[in-house]
Design a binder for this molecule. Structure first.
Ligand SMILES: *Cc1c(COP(=O)(O)O)cnc(C)c1O
Length: 370
């Protein structure tokens, strides 16, 4: 029974990954418990924001940090912070920044859609987006040459959504930002290394709380102390409609506190996926193997290939039936055109691989429409 069924939503089994559209992460019970306690109590919010920054500093190696509603909110808040600083009159003007130093330089291949538009998040924070180079080719001079007295920051998007080839590196952008004396911001929303970009010299690093960190719907920025004070100050302005609640802050801090000593569940996950594959070893037209994550992380997915000629259904048809059932099952479908469906063990709750195995067996033995 899913709590969401109380409100008329179908139960969802997420075998896909950290998908915002499916609710991103399910938190550890210790995180949920902390959020419950936070929700039933009071705190001086300004004090909580400052103390949260100290935890974020500890975890990331940055000077300070600031909670946000998510990484998208983090982009808007960071942009507003580099433009308005802690000046209240400027803070209250955002997103109107006419006449101010408001340009945010971004490589064209980084001006992407993550589920929302990076450029729009910058614009909400009052930034004027200056895209440099071409979508598949940017030179150092494109970036350095675009810096003027109107430049407020350089922004880099570290993500599989961004173009990977032909862009200038983080190191190059940091070098330019140091040369020109302007802040370097990096959107590392889904990255799992919380120290790397601070150590490289980034002035602001943006993370999502609900992705690698497996916290609640939230996010944070970390970096230079003066810029973090400026980020916090934006909650008197453009940050207000992207307020992050006390429950979310406490949940995020609890997730961050346990980040480095979370139990490694990859072996258990792998054996659950081996069990899943085992269920189809005698099924004609189905072949299962364990496949490690393309990026080399310790994620072992069940890779099931379906022979449409034998089964009478394509992988697309199987996916459609999985998603339209109750519970609705969402798999990882990047290779569906090759007849392959992947099951990601990370978001699966206890025993859900059994429901998935039963449901797939039902679908492939039912021949036509089910
Ligand atoms: C997911 C994502 C975001 C938005 O993160 P939220 O925490 O959902 O607001 C921003 N940038 C990138 C690159 C992302 O992958």
């Amino acid at each position: 029974m899913s709590i969401y069924e109380n409100f008329g939503c179908k139960q969802v089994i997420n075998a896909s990954g950290k998908m915002t559209a499916l609710g991103a992460s399910s938190v550890d019970p210790s995180v949920a418990e902390a959020m419950g306690k936070a929700a039933m109590d009071y705190v001086d919010i300004a004090e909580l924001m400052v103390q949260a920054g100290k935890v974020m500093a500890e975890v990331t190696g940055a000077e300070d940090g600031c909670p946000t509603s998510g990484a998208a909110g983090g982009i808007a808040i960071s942009t507003a912070a580099v433009i308005a600083g802690t000046n209240l009159s400027l803070i209250e003007r955002i997103p109107n920044t006419d006449g101010l130093r408001n340009e945010i330089i971004i490589q064209k291949g980084h001006s992407v859609h993550f589920g929302g538009s990076i450029s729009q998040m910058i614009a909400i924070g009052g930034g004027k987006v200056v895209e440099v180079g071409q979508a598949n080719h940017v030179e150092r001079d494109h970036i350095a040459g675009a810096v003027t007295e109107k430049t407020a920051a350089l922004l880099y998007v570290k993500s599989h959504h961004a173009v990977q080839k032909g862009m200038q590196s983080i190191e190059t952008m940091i070098a330019i930002s140091k040369e020109k004396g302007i802040p370097f911001i990096i959107d590392a929303a889904a990255e799992d290394d919380l120290k790397k970009y601070i150590a490289m010299g980034a002035d602001i690093v943006i993370y999502s709380g609900g992705k690698a960190i497996e916290g609640p719907t939230s996010g944070f920025v970390c970096g230079r102390a003066d810029l973090m004070a400026a980020c916090r100050a934006q909650y008197k302005g453009v940050g207000r409609p992207m307020k992050v609640g006390k429950e979310a802050i406490v949940g995020l801090l609890t997730a961050l506190t346990r980040y480095y000593d979370r139990p490694d569940e990859s072996e258990e996950q792998r054996s659950r996926m081996e069990w899943l594959i085992e269920q189809f070893k005698d099924t004609p037209g189905v072949k299962g193997v364990i496949v490690q994550d393309e990026a080399g992380r310790a994620i072992y997915r069940a890779n099931l290939s379906f022979d449409a000629k034998v089964i009478g259904k394509s992988a697309y048809e199987i996916i459609k039936e999985l998603e339209s059932g109750n519970p609705a099952i969402y798999t990882r479908n990047h290779y569906a055109n090759l007849g392959i469906i992947n099951v990601d063990p990370r978001p699966l709750l206890k025993g859900q691989e059994q429901i998935i195995a039963e449901r797939i067996a039902q679908i492939i033995t039912s021949g036509g429409n089910n």
